[in-house]
Design a protein around this ligand. Structure first.
Ligand code: 6PG
Length: 477
């Protein structure tokens, strides 16, 4: 019997995805550039389902039922194009290529357009959840044509994670690059979440005076409340881990230089192009970069400033509660910014992305899965044209309640010299949105002064310029 789906590229993500399809009853054709990997998969996991191992591109394509569905799981960038070039000539009208890598959505748009000319559907698909997710149920963010989703959807639904209410964590996000765009923003939010958690940890350590294993306990407690999420859960795991070589906390023996593969940076690059303020995500990306500038950091070690003083045990517990408030409020802001970027991308590229559906498929399987995503889903479902998550009454009320503590934590952090760019950017965003007047008016005045860039008035229609070098009368332009 022909295979219902094929996977080419059997590194760990591809292998686990193939096994997930097989475990869900699909016959899976397998292909890898080096056939040894294909053989290994079948030897080790062949008993899990029906696999059709193949060695050549031709055999792989021939093993698939029509219309063919083949999943590419190779490195994003040139390797993806190389695989497409290899397979496209062997395919026919109506066949579907699914790219499950972390591709840039602009590449996905280009590939989709090129393949559409041949009558081939190209479905750029975000897949989140790492190795475990790929095997047991990832969150899946497919783009591409609605037509391709008709045949693909049920298969993806069966291998996807299930949210607490049983709904599969997959939806047709939108045409062409919409899926990869949404995955990109997912990763940007992931960076922001991780940065905020890092700041909370640093404050608990330096100001709270807690050792890592006690901080792990605090995160475990937080994880039973509104912060309930995968990233908080694994934070506790990492913080309680002890390095076997030295007996010291693992977090103290790891080099403090955070790396990045690019999706967070793309999120910020796109936000700059779309004019969307994603300051929290940007701070997260910049903070990773800063951490890697070892020479700069070494040269700056003697700069003057306060050294954090740990609080006494009584005050520390209150401070920890405040940090929870600051973390939660900042987290709401970073999701607000991320969803704004998705809405802006959707408008720019005409994708018609359903923000509630995006929140819904992030409730399970993905790295940023969190209990509060169900509330984001509910907010957008109730009001699909919600201009901002902060415009939702419930989230607004929560921030209102958290904000005294949020501000107090930032005051302490500033006084004690603990860097908290994520918390601070989130609060600045919140206060800027609240402000009745922004200094942007002054900026416009300066621009008009030095460059005759003109301005609008609050009390009249039209475009104006002041003759700064002359008698300073105002002219309409
Ligand atoms: C996921 C992750 C996944 C990967 C990131 C890590 O959703 O499963 O986001 O895509 O772990 O690429 O990104 P950095 O290496 O840039 O931190």
């Amino acid at each position: 019997t022909p295979a219902q789906i094929g996977v080419t590229g059997l590194a760990v993500m591809g292998r686990n995805l193939a096994r997930n399809f097989a475990r869900n009853g699909y016959a899976v054709a397998l292909h890898n550039r080096t056939p040894a990997r294909t053989r290994e998969l079948v030897e080790e996991f062949g008993h899990e389902g029906t696999f059709a191992p193949t060695e050549s591109a031709e055999d792989f394509v021939a093993a698939l039922e029509r219309p063919r569905r083949l999943v590419i799981m190779v490195k994003a960038g040139d390797p993806t194009d190389a695989v497409i070039r290899e397979f496209a000539p062997l395919l026919e009208q109506g066949d579907v290529i699914i790219d499950g890598g972390n591709a840039h959505f602009a590449d996905t748009r280009r590939r989709e357009r090129e393949l559409r000319e041949q009558g081939i559907h190209f479905v750029g698909t975000g897949i989140s959840g790492g190795e475990e997710g790929a095997l047991h149920g990832p969150s899946i963010m497919p783009g591409g044509s609605a037509e391709s989703y008709e045949s693909l959807g049920p298969m993806l639904e069966s291998i996807a994670a299930k949210a607490a209410d049983g709904a599969p964590c997959v939806t047709h996000v939108g045409p062409d690059g919409a899926g990869h765009f949404v995955k990109m923003v997912h990763n940007g939010i992931e960076y922001a979440d991780m940065q905020l958690i890092g700041e909370a940890y640093q404050l608990l350590r330096d100001v709270g005076g807690y050792p890592p294993d006690e901080i792990a306990g605090i995160f475990r407690a937080w994880n039973t409340g509104r912060l309930d999420s995968y990233l908080i859960e694994i934070t506790a795991e990492v913080l309680s881990h002890v390095d076997s070589a030295t007996g010291r906390p693992f977090v103290d023996v790891v080099a403090d230089q955070a790396e990045q593969k690019g999706t967070g940076r793309w999120t910020v690059q796109l936000a700059l192009e779309l004019g969307v303020p994603v300051s929290g995500i940007a701070e997260a990306v910049f903070t990773r970069s800063l951490s890697g500038h070892t020479a700069l950091r070494r040269a700056s070690q003697d700069l003057d400033g306060p050294k954090p003083q740990a609080l006494g045990p009584g005050e520390a517990a209150t401070f920890a509660d405040r940090v929870e408030q600051a973390l939660y409020a900042s987290k709401i802001v970073s999701y607000t910014q991320g969803f704004h970027e998705i809405a802006a991308g959707s408008a720019e590229y005409d994708w018609n992305v359903d923000l509630g559906a995006v929140a819904a498929i992030w409730r399970g399987g993905c790295i940023i899965r969190a209990a509060f995503l169900d509330r984001i889903r509910a907010a957008y479902d109730a009001q699909p044209d919600l201009p901002s998550l902060l415009a939702d009454d419930e989230f607004a009320a929560e921030i209102a309640e958290a904000q005294d503590d949020w501000r107090a934590v930032l005051v302490t952090a500033t006084e004690q010299g603990v860097p908290t760019p994520g918390f601070a950017a989130a609060l600045a965003y919140y206060d800027a949105l609240r402000a009745e007047r922004l200094p942007a008016a002054l900026t416009q005045g300066q621009r008009d002064y030095f460059g005759a860039h003109t301005y609008h008035r609050t009390d009249a229609e039209g475009t104006f310029h002041t003759l700064w070098a002359g008698d300073r009368t105002e002219v309409q332009s």
